[in-house]
Write a protein that binds this ligand. Structure first.
Ligand code: SRM
Ligand code: SF4
Length: 547
């Protein structure tokens, strides 16, 4: 990439006050710095009618391995969101934070402000190793911290060596001497070409699969024996993006490569999976360039052989493991060290104050106590963690006073396990609404569930505004995939643990048709399901879809 170490002409683009946009080449470059140029799609027509350019702004995504920040950092985030963006703190499906609506003149101050609280956005987007996600719930395992540290190490290992970010956004002294630049920025992993496409790594700690490990280019499944982490099963080639009408594209779950023992070998294997994708991935068609296509082209055996050759060791047979859950465990729980944590329900990951609940103000009050850490989950929720027994009452009082406990307790089972992607008004690829619509659709679905006695059934329901799959709809029991404004493909038959993709059941249907279909489906399910059978399993057994 002729980007001058990800610098391009960004400095010039930023100084151009005639437009809210950056130059075309820089639009691809800024992704490597963790941001996208967007425009307010609700206002396109109005702006065009007035002969104004579209209302351009930037979405900035943080690199936050394992989704962790301190209370102090959260206070900083809150203030930065208020000063520079729409104010909504958006938790993503990869357990980090996005801010939207940042005007061009605010981008640099935003990144600088994040830097003062030791947060950055390097590689949060772009054709590199993305935010590394890790099981969020500290309760589940005494080895959580150890595994969490892997997320950070893998993230560090996947950072580009370019100093462009520091020069452009943080005003660090430029490396003017070409030789010095070559020396410092020599990048054995990305060389001068980066990856053919984005690359995603997730780490799961069984029995919880809250990270949806098989939806990632590379999934690591922690294997614990006698309370000790001995290594990881590796699953490669997951990825959910597809394009309507292009049969060459498809969602795919990761395939098991084998087991790798110990930290050194694990990090080596992760690195070499990335180098295989760098060297063999399709660089001529971006639609067919993710690792899943590379792997299907090479075949799993050849891929494993190549990996073993590059690693210099053999992978062992995968170790047995089970997943029992993907949803978050809301409310109060105690972890293995006796510390408390509280999982807050955040509808569609949007931390904001609305007519129902002052979530954003409440979270700020909690953060200001300095007695809580923040952990974001891949289900777009928030865990207030590491709370000492002596501080629990104080935190609980804030949560009660602001109605957060009632908000979390009273939300229905389907609503609490639902996921929606951003879609309108910022996502340039959206064909239909998602996060602005799913909550109201669920309000209409809830009485139907109640009518069939299913109101406590945790059926996973996920919606995206297009087939790219950002809300992982293909791995849900019920998936809605946007096809056009107000219309969705209805997918059925995923399982609850993330081992099975669903299939399309109905195409391009609108809200009345969705509600009618679900009414009929729930009626059949409540009448014919076997004991303990989930809706997804029922859909497969009844052959509503062929998996
Ligand atoms: Fe995504 C592109 C939002 C998780 C698959 N995704 C986008 C863009 C940047 C649109 C664009 O290219 O212009 C969206 C920005 C919307 C906005 O206004 O904020 C966007 N993706 C999101 C987020 C914010 C959805 C959310 O509501 O949480 C998630 C941010 C994750 C993060 O923090 O890094 C998000 N995206 C995912 C996931 C889920 C996951 O990773 O677990 C997927 C499916 C898994 C996968 O990667 O296959 C996903 N996003 C895509 C794709 C399809 C990629 C492909 O292989 O075809 C695109 C389009 C693309 O890359 O060309 C995309
Ligand atoms: Fe945008 Fe499509 Fe991703 Fe939703 S699934 S955020 S509409 S790219």
């Amino acid at each position: 990439m002729a980007s001058d170490g990800l610098r391009g002409t960004l400095k010039e683009s930023l100084h151009d006050e005639l437009t809210g946009a950056v130059r075309e080449d820089d639009q691809a470059l800024i992704k490597f710095h963790g941001m996208y140029q967007q425009d307010d799609r609700d206002r396109r027509e109005e702006r065009s009618a007035k002969k104004l350019e579209w209302l351009y702004s930037y979405m900035l995504r943080l690199r936050l391995p394992g989704g962790f920040m301190t209370g102090e950092q959260y206070v900083g985030l809150h203030n930065i969101a208020g000063e520079h963006s729409t104010g909504v703190i958006k938790i993503t499906t990869r357990q980090t934070i996005q801010l939207h609506g940042i005007l061009k003149s605010h981008v640099k101050p935003t990144i600088k402000a994040f830097n003062t609280i030791h947060l950055d956005s390097i590689s949060a987007c772009g054709d590199v190793n993305r935010n590394v996600i890790c099981a969020a719930h500290p309760k589940f395992s005494p080895i959580h911290e150890e595994i969490f540290a892997y997320a950070d190490k893998i993230s560090q290992m996947g950072l580009p060596k370019s100093k462009g970010y520091y020069e452009i956004w943080l005003d660090e002294k430029p490396l003017l001497d070409t030789k010095e630049k070559e020396e410092v920025e020599k990048d054995p992993l990305y060389q001068n070409r980066y990856l053919p496409r984005k690359f995603k790594v997730a780490i799961a700690i069984p029995p919880n699969n809250d990270v949806d490990v098989f939806a990632n280019d590379l999934g690591l499944i922690a294997i614990v024996e006698n309370d000790k982490l001995i290594g990881f099963n590796l699953a490669a080639g997951g990825g959910l993006g597809a394009t309507h009408g292009n049969a060459q594209t498809y969602p795919r779950l990761g395939s098991m490569l084998g087991f790798v023992r110990g930290e050194q070998n694990t990090l080596k294997a992760v690195l070499e999976v990335i180098t295989i994708q760098r060297d063999y991935g399709n660089r001529s068609d971006r639609k067919l360039s993710r690792l899943k296509y590379t792997l299907d082209k090479m075949g799993i055996e050849a891929f494993r052989e190549e990996l073993e050759k590059r690693c210099g060791f053999k992978l062992e047979e995968p170790k047995p493991f089970t997943f029992t859950r993907r949803a978050d465990d809301y409310g109060w729980h105690k972890n293995h060290e006796g510390k408390w944590y509280y999982t807050v329900f955040v509808e569609s990951g949007r931390i904001t104050d609305d007519e129902k609940v002052a979530l954003k103000t409440a979270m700020l009050e909690v953060a200001k106590t300095g007695k809580v850490n923040f952990r974001f989950t891949c289900n777009q929720n928030l865990i207030l963690s590491d709370i000492a027994q002596k501080d629990k009452k104080e935190i609980e009082k804030i949560l009660e006073d602001f109605g957060i406990i009632a908000h979390t307790d009273n939300a229905g089972a389907v609503r609490k396990s639902a996921i929606a992607c951003v879609a309108f008004n910022t996502c340039s690829l959206a064909l239909a609404e998602a996060q602005r619509y799913l909550p109201s659709l669920i309000t209409k679905i809830e009485p139907i569930l109640a009518k069939h006695g299913l109101e406590n059934d945790e059926i996973s329901m996920r919606m995206t505004g297009c087939p790219n799959g950002c809300g992982r709809p293909y791995a849900a029991e019920i998936g809605f995939v946007g096809t056009a404004y107000g219309r969705y493909n209805l997918h059925l038959g995923g399982d609850r643990e993330g081992f099975r993709l669903n299939k399309k059941y109905k195409e391009n249907i609108d809200e009345p048709a969705i509600l009618k279909e679900l009414d009929e489906l729930f009626e059949k399910y409540s009448r014919n399901r076997q004991s303990g059978e989930t809706f997804g399993d029922f859909a497969v057994r009844e052959k509503l879809v062929t998996i």
